[in-house]
Structures are given as structure tokens and as C-alpha cells.
Design a protein around this ligand. Structure first.
Ligand code: XMP
Length: 319
């Protein structure tokens, strides 16, 4: 019968067989999937693995510190922390189309990995935390014609010039299974229980042009929203919750002055695998509290709206 311990042992054997004595580079995104993949691969091949954490400037508040701390201090897994935010921000300037953003970010990640692989030398494999739903959603929408809904940046192979093969040990798993595997591997439950975070990060939560300023504004609103969710004891009941920053300004009034600032959208859904999702039914007092805090504490936002769309027809992310 199938067990997580059995899966772990089988995958470790499979990774060793695939990789032999070659070096592997694993991209850490800050999320749960890539962290679980890295720990599993480290168990299989030890110091043949180097992890690269790419800070694209599109992370949530405190995220870089958490991941780097966990890997360096707790696991002693070699980790290269690359601050590539200049490159990503420069490349995103003027880009407003959602697929163009995703394509650019996916390509820029590959460029960083390639540069790091060159520095290390002789790296034959790139490891990623790709899951089953990532594979499906990049190929076609369930039951429908073959239409790409969103090109998940971590799916679709590597450029031929790289002469590297992919190691994707989680490719058959759903999110809940990855979390169980993470616990099986000894990752802290609070870490594996974190909400999913997409590779393109905050870029796909800022419709329109992505700027450093917009990212900073969104990070603050998002942190307040998640803080209130944790305080209310709702974090684990929700599949994913996040704020989005709309490129729309509306009129408001604060004190005795007129304001003309941006709109913040709040999203929270329940789901089993991210393929379909239902809106999380917050009490209105909770949403009022969050809206008040965001408008009072975050400069640049004067209105907050709640997204009441299930998936389908909406997707979870806004882009
Ligand atoms: P959507 O927006 O397609 O999202 O309903 C379903 C789940 O996938 C996550 N997501 C991504 N994860 N790379 C990722 O690693 C991506 O490009 C990507 N796009 C969406 C999303 O956060 C949700 O959990």
C-alpha cells in the first residue's frame, strides 16, 4: 500500500539513479514546494546539491529572511542568496500584459540559475518544486479544449543551450501530499502549512505595470491582512489569502481632506488542490477591521474591496 515513507524512499532512490555523482542546482522560490523538493534532494545526494534563492523583489514581507534562515541555520544546506531585484524591476518596466510578465519572469529566473550554475561549474541538473496541478494548468484547462490559462513559469523545460536536465521529484503530487511529505522530512509544520505563493510573486498581484513603489505598498497591505487572519485564528482554515493592488485611483475623504489613491483588493479562498476554489466567508466585522487598518496604515491606498469570485470562473490569482 502507498505511504509517504515509501514515497520518500522511492524518490530518494530515483533521484540518486537520475543524478549519479553530478551536481544539482535547486531554485528556492520562498514557497513550500521548492523547500520540500530541496530537503528531499539533499537527503538523496547531500552536498552535491546547492540551493539558489532568487530575490526578485516580488516577495512578501519577511519572506527572504525566513527561507534563508531555515536553510542555512536549520538544515545547513548550502544556499546562495541572489539579490536580482534590479534586473527583475528593470525588465518589468512598462510591461502590463499578464502573460508577458510571466514569460519575462520565467526567463529571468533561468538566466540567474544559468549564471549561478556557471559559477559553481559542472552543474548538470536543475531541480524544481513543480507539482501536478502546475503541469496540468499550464497544458490545458480541465475538461475543456487545450487552452493555456496561465503559463506557470516553472513548467515547460529548459532552453537547449543550457545542457541541463530537470529534476522534479514532486511532479506527481498535489499540495496536501507535498505538505505531508514535508512533515515526513521533518520540516516545521508552520512552514509546510504556509499558503501557496506563486513563482512570479507580487508581479501577478499588481495588474498593470509593476514598480518598486507598488510592490512596497502591496507588501504592507498584504502583511496587515495576514496579520489579522492569524490573530483571528483563521490562517489554517484558508487555502490562500492575499491582497492585490489595483491600478485604479478613487476619491476618498480623510480628516478634512480629499484623497485620490489606489484600490486594494482582498482575496481568500478555500480549496483542496488549487484547481477549483470557493470564496472564504469572512464575517463582515473582520473585513471592516482589515479595511480600516489598511486605509489608515498604508499610504497610497484609500479603498478596500473583497473579491467574491469562486474558481471557476475566476482564477485564484488575478493574473
Ligand atoms: P490560479 O491563479 O491559476 O492559481 O487559479 C492556482 C494556484 O497556483 C498558484 N500559481 C502559481 N504557482 N507559479 C507557481 O508556482 C505560477 O506561475 C503560478 N501561478 C499561479 C496560485 O497561487 C494558486 O495557488
Amino acid at each position: 500500500s502507498w505511504s509517504m515513507a515509501g514515497f520518500r524512499a522511492a524518490k530518494i532512490a530515483e533521484i540518486r539513479a537520475q543524478v549519479g555523482s553530478e551536481r544539482v542546482l535547486c531554485g528556492l522560490s520562498g514557497g513550500v514546494d521548492s523547500a520540500v523538493a530541496a530537503v528531499l534532494i539533499h537527503e538523496a545526494i547531500g552536498d552535491q546539491l546547492t540551493c539558489v534563492f532568487v530575490d526578485h523583489g516580488l516577495l512578501r514581507q519577511g519572506e527572504a529572511e525566513q527561507v534563508v534562515g531555515l536553510f542555512r541555520e536549520h538544515y545547513h544546506i548550502p544556499l546562495v542568496h541572489v539579490d536580482a531585484s534590479e534586473t527583475f524591476m528593470a525588465g518589468l518596466a512598462g510591461v502590463t500584459d499578464p502573460e508577458a510578465k510571466r514569460k519575462f519572469i520565467g526567463g529571468a529566473f533561468i538566466d540567474v540559475f544559468e549564471a549561478e550554475a556557471k559559477k559553481i561549474g559542472g552543474v548538470r541538473f536543475l531541480a524544481q518544486g513543480t507539482l501536478y496541478p502546475d503541469v496540468i494548468e499550464s497544458v490545458s484547462f480541465t475538461g475543456g479544449p487545450s487552452v493555456t490559462i496561465k503559463s506557470h513559469h516553472n513548467v515547460g523545460g529548459l532552453p537547449a543551450r543550457m545542457n541541463m536536465a530537470l529534476v522534479e521529484p514532486l511532479r506527481e503530487l498535489f499540495k496536501d501530499e507535498v505538505r505531508r511529505l514535508g512533515v515526513e522530512l521533518g520540516l516545521p509544520p508552520a512552514f509546510v502549512g504556509r499558503h501557496p505563493f506563486p513563482g512570479p510573486g507580487l508581479a501577478i498581484r499588481i495588474p498593470g505595470e509593476v514598480t518598486r513603489e507598488a510592490c512596497d505598498t502591496l507588501r504592507k497591505a498584504d502583511a496587515i491582512y495576514l496579520d489579522e487572519i492569524r490573530k483571528a485564528g483563521l490562517y489554517d482554515a484558508i487555502w490562500q489569502a492575499f491582497a492585490v493592488l489595483l491600478p485604479v485611483r478613487t476619491v476618498g475623504v480623510m480628516g478634512d481632506g480629499r484623497t485620490y489613491e489606489k484600490v486594494c483588493g482582498l482575496r481568500a479562498v478555500t480549496s483542496v488542490d488549487g484547481m477549483t476554489a470557493d470564496v472564504f466567508p469572512f464575517e463582515s466585522a473582520f473585513l471592516s477591521r482589515v479595511a480600516t487598518r489598511i486605509v489608515n496604515e498604508v499610504q497610497g491606498i484609500n479603498r478596500v474591496v473583497y473579491d467574491y469570485t469562486s474558481k471557476p470562473p475566476g482564477t485564484i490569482e488575478w493574473e
